[in-house]
Every structure is written in C-alpha cells, then in structure tokens.
Design a protein around this ligand. Structure first.
Ligand code: PNS
Length: 160
C-alpha cells in the first residue's frame, strides 16, 4: 500500500492544488491532504474552514482523505506511517524553497521521508492562494481559479 501526504496551507484550496491532488491520487493508493495549523502565519480561513472546503473539493476521490496537523511534518508523517510527501512545482521560483524543505525533511527524518514533486499543469502555473485572495478582496472574478463554493466563501469573507 503506497501512501503519501500532501501538506500545505490551502488558504484556500485552488484549481492548482486540485490538479496536484488528482494526479497524486492516481499514483498513490492513499493520499492524505493535510492543512498546516501554523500559529505563526496569519490565514484568512480557519483550519476548520480550510479542511471543510478541501473535503468538499475532493469528495469525488475515494482514496483521498483530508486532515490537519501542527508541528513538524516529519513527526506527523511518522505518526501516520507515511514516507512520501507530495508537493507541486509551478515554476523555477518555487524550486529553491521546496528543495530546502525537502532536504531538511529528509535529513531530519533520518532518510525516512522523501519528497516527490509534481509539476503543475501549465494552465494553473500562474495560480496562488495569495493572488486569489487579492482578486477576491478587490471584487475581481476568481471563477477561473477556485471551485464555485470556494469563490462564495471568499466573497463572503471580504464582502459579507
Ligand atoms: O502551502 P505552503 O504554506 O507553501 O506549505 C508549506 C508546508 C506546510 C509544506 C511547510 O511549511 C511545512 O511542512 N511546515 C511544517 C513545519 C515543518 O515541518 N518544518 C520543517 C521543514 S522546513
């Protein structure tokens, strides 16, 4: 049974994340998408809201579960007996940051945790949760970026 974890902030989930999730779900038997509960980073949506949106977005994928974690990813992965991390790469600019995290996790885990990168489909390469939030904040159209129910939640946060 090949299992993997796809960790992230998912504030909120975008079509770019969903592209990575769909592709990873085809490669692994079980994929756990896990929201980082990061006390140091201010998020627009609470962890519970982010988990709820992710659950709705992956409800058609039977081998994908949604969870949250705090602390170090290596400890979380170990507690779930998962040895592979999945991350998406949009552009070369993501690479340095991702390489550092992947190498740190590999070292800290004593070689127990490896990271696999999926290159995001070109049509989503421009997407980021930050730009989606900015577009929604200024009343722009986020429909090409996120599922409809996420768009509603975004407008609700900014313009309720
Ligand atoms: O979506 P993001 O914010 O780019 O995801 C970053 C994430 C969650 C993958 C990364 O910050 C993480 O794994 N944090 C948990 C803390 C940790 O394990 N740090 C050690 C690696 S540097």
């Amino acid at each position: 049974m090949k299992r993997a974890v796809y960790p992230g902030s998912f504030d909120p989930v975008t079509f770019g994340h969903l592209d990575v999730i769909h592709r990873a779900a085809n490669i692994f038997d079980e994929l756990t998408v896990s929201v980082l509960n990061n006390v140091g980073k201010s998020a627009l949506f609470s962890v519970e809201e982010r988990v709820k949106m992710l659950k709705e977005a992956v409800s058609d994928l039977p081998n994908v579960t949604v969870d949250s974690f705090s602390g170090l990813l290596i400890n979380y992965a170990k507690s779930k007996d998962i040895h592979v991390v999945v991350r998406g790469l949009r552009a070369i600019t993501d690479f340095e940051y991702e390489l550092q995290i992947a190498q740190t996790n590999h070292k800290l885990s004593g070689g127990e945790l490896d990271t696999m990168f999926l290159t995001t489909s070109l049509e989503y390469a421009y997407l980021s949760s930050s730009s989606v939030k900015e577009i929604a904040c200024f009343n722009g159209d986020v429909s090409p970026c996120v599922p409809d129910f996420v768009a509603k939640e975004l407008y609700c946060k900014y313009h309720h």
